[in-house]
Design a protein around this ligand. Structure first.
Ligand code: ZN
Length: 314
C-alpha cells in the first residue's frame, strides 16, 4: 500500500484536553489513544511536559507517552516549553518534540515570561541535547510559530518578525518549522501569504505542517489554502475538543472528523477509517461528559455513496 497523501496529527490529547475544564482520567486517555491509532491515526500529540501546577490536565504525560510508545507504528509527539521539558520528553521516548515560539513577543512574555531571544536559547539547548543522543534515538524537533496569523494582545504581527523567528528556529537547530494559528485569526489569503513568505526564507522542505483553529469558522477554508500551497501535515482535534474560550459555540482546533471527511472526499488519502475515528468520540464523551464535542460530519453522518480516497467505486 502506498503512503497516505496527507498526515493528520491528532492533537486532541494535548491541545484539546489542555483547554478543557475537566481532567481526563489516565486510563481513558490510554483507551482513546489506542482507539485513534486503531482507526489509522499515525501521529498523536499525546501531551505536554509543562508544570503540573500550571496544567493538571497534563500531569500524566510521562505515563501517557510511555503507553503511546507501545502502540505499534504510532509517532508519539509532545509539546515542550523549554529544555527541561525536552529532557523529560527524551526520557519518555517521544518521537517528535514541538517547541512553540510565539511570534508576538508580548504574548510570549505574558505566557511564558520569555523574550524571543530566550526561547531561541531554549531551542539551541534542546538541539544540543538531541545532538548528544545516538542517531536512532533522536526525536524529530519542530519549532512552531504560534500566533503566526495574529495575536489577541498585539493584533497582526509584522511579517519581518515572523520571518526572523522562522530563521532563528532553523539556525537554532530545529529540523523544521510549523505555522500555528493559535488565536483562530487566519484567513485563506493570509495562510497562502505567510506560507510563501516563510518558505521563501527557510525553504519549502522546512515548512510542511500547519496547526489551525476554527474559532471563526474558517478552519477548513484555511486547510484548503494550505493544501494548495503544498502543505501535507495538518493538526486537528477529535470533536474540536477544548472549544474556544473566547468564542462560545466554536470548536478550538479544527475537527479531525470533518478534516478527514473533506480530504478523503477530495481523493486525498489520510490512512484514517472515518467511521472508526468517529466511534472514538464515545470514549471522550464518556470520560468528559461536560465537554461539548463539535463536528458536522459526526452529526450529519456520511453521505450515501461516500468513497474514501483510493477506494474506487463498484
Ligand atoms: Zn492550538
Amino acid at each position: 500500500m502506498t503512503q497516505p497523501a496527507i498526515l493528520i496529527s491528532e492533537v486532541g490529547p494535548r491541545d484539546g484536553l489542555q483547554n478543557c475544564k475537566c481532567v481526563m482520567a489516565t486510563p481513558a486517555k490510554k483507551r482513546w489513544i489506542a482507539a485513534l491509532a486503531a482507526a489509522g491515526v499515525r501521529e498523536i500529540e499525546v501531551g505536554s511536559f509543562v508544570s503540573p501546577r500550571l496544567l493538571p490536565q497534563m500531569q500524566d504525560t510521562p505515563e501517557i507517552a510511555a503507553f503511546a510508545r507501545t502502540v505499534p507504528g504510532l509517532v508519539v509527539a509532545v509539546l515542550v516549553p523549554n529544555l527541561k521539558g525536552a529532557e523529560a520528553a527524551v526520557a519518555a521516548g517521544a518521537d517528535k518534540i514541538t517547541l512553540p515560539l510565539s511570534v508576538s513577543e508580548t504574548h510570549s512574555l505574558r505566557n511564558i515570561r520569555r523574550t524571543h531571544e530566550q526561547v531561541l536559547g531554549e531551542a539551541k539547548a534542546i538541539s544540543a541535547l538531541l545532538a548528544s543522543l545516538p542517531p536512532g534515538r533522536r526525536p524529530h524537533f519542530e519549532g512552531s510559530l504560534s500566533t503566526a496569523f495574529g495575536c489577541t494582545l498585539e493584533g497582526p504581527v509584522a511579517e519581518a518578525v515572523i520571518l526572523r523567528c522562522a530563521e532563528g528556529l532553523m539556525a537554532a537547530g530545529c529540523d523544521e518549522v510549523g505555522l500555528s494559528d493559535t488565536t483562530g485569526y487566519a484567513n485563506p489569503a493570509g495562510v497562502r501569504h505567510i506560507i510563501r513568505a516563510v518558505r521563501g526564507v527557510i525553504g519549502a522542505q522546512n515548512l510542511t505542517g500547519i496547526h489551525l483553529h476554527n474559532t471563526r469558522g474558517l478552519g477548513l477554508a484555511n486547510v484548503l489554502a494550505a493544501l494548495e500551497e503544498g502543505i501535507t501535515t495538518f493538526d486537528a482535534s477529535l470533536g474540536g475538543l477544548g472549544g474556544c474560550p473566547t468564542a462560545p459555540g466554536a470548536s478550538g482546533n479544527i475537527v479531525t472528523e470533518d478534516l478527514v471527511f473533506m480530504l478523503e472526499s477530495m481523493g486525498l488519502s489520510t490512512g484514517i477509517d472515518l467511521e472508526a475515528l468517529m466511534a472514538t468520540r464515545r470514549i471522550v464523551a464518556e470520560a468528559l461528559p461536560e465537554e461539548e464535542l463539535y463536528g458536522f460530519t459526526p452529526r450529519a453522518g456520511l453521505p450515501l455513496g461516500y468513497q474514501p480516497a483510493g477506494r474506487a467505486g463498484p
